[in-house]
Design a protein around this ligand. Structure first.
Ligand code: ACM
Length: 261
């Protein structure tokens, strides 16, 4: 099975240019699943709620149409972030899209910093989706700092965590090795590069998108300051065996009676 990511350098508010950048980066490429960054079409650093509302879309908007087009060209299912507009609320969401359909939408449950001013927190339970022969769950950027997110997806049966990100802290890439090792799942962290200075905020995004293996090994690591695409072949079955050795199984050995959550 081939899994991959695109690391982009989006221009704030310029959806069509940001789509074109991804189309060019993916020319001639194919895979089973490809992950794009959080908010890949819009940029990240809003200066007002109104600005974010104006860039929001329904799940049949131009971003969904673009993702279907990319799914057709690459023969992959695609995960990518967008601002979801639903019933007068907006969410920092990611959608999982096939050639013809939006298969699922995840609304970020752990909002970072001023995202709390613009977005409503996710209000749907974490879940996984079965696509052909694999099971995928979605999380977005700052969700990484709450180990419950990846754990929940793993306990639900995810083989792969699709992790769309706009990382600004330097810790996530290392942490994902632990998230994958402790859950024996694969993860695709698709990050962006570049700098956004807007209003009082000045964010430098950390690049270094990463594919992390079920045993914590880093299978792909992108540069910190260049757009980039990478695909890796994985043995999916490895994520289905939760044994660490003949005595330890990281799911069966859990002791929830002794945990305080
Ligand atoms: C983040 O969650 N985008 C930092």
């Amino acid at each position: 099975m081939i899994i991959g990511y695109v690391q982009t350098d989006p221009i704030f508010g310029e959806k069509e240019q940001n789509f074109l950048q991804i189309e060019n980066l993916l020319k001639g490429k194919g895979a089973d699943i490809i992950v794009l960054p959080e908010l890949f079409a819009t940029g990240y650093t809003f200066i007002s709620k109104e600005e974010a509302v104006n860039l929001a879309e329904d799940i049949d908007g131009i971003t969904a149409k673009f993702l279907k087009k990319i799914a057709n060209r690459t023969n992959a299912v695609i995960v990518g972030g967008f601002i979801e507009n639903d019933n007068h609320k907006i969410y920092n969401s990611a959608m999982l899209v096939s050639k013809t359909d939006v298969i699922g939408v995840y609304r970020k449950i752990h909002l970072y910093y001023k995202e709390k001013l613009w977005f409503s927190p996710g209000d749907k339970k974490l879940r996984i989706y079965e696509i052909n022969n694999f099971k995928v769950g979605m999380m977005i950027c700052f969700d990484w700092i709450f180990p419950e997110t990846a754990r929940s997806l793993a306990l639900l049966g995810a083989d792969i965590i699709a992790h769309s990100a706009n990382l600004v802290l330097p810790f996530c890439q290392k942490a994902m090795a632990t998230r994958c090792l402790e859950n024996r799942v694969f993860a695709i962290t698709s990050n962006r590069i570049g700098n956004e200075i807007r209003g009082e905020d000045n964010f430098t995004f950390t690049g270094r998108s990463q594919i992390t293996s079920y045993n914590g090994e880093v299978l792909s690591s992108a540069p910190k300051d260049k757009t980039y695409v990478e695909f890796v072949e994985i043995e999916l079955e490895k994520a289905r065996d939760k044994h660490l050795n003949e005595f330890n199984n990281i799911v069966a050995d859990r002791r929830p009676d002794y945990y305080s959550m």
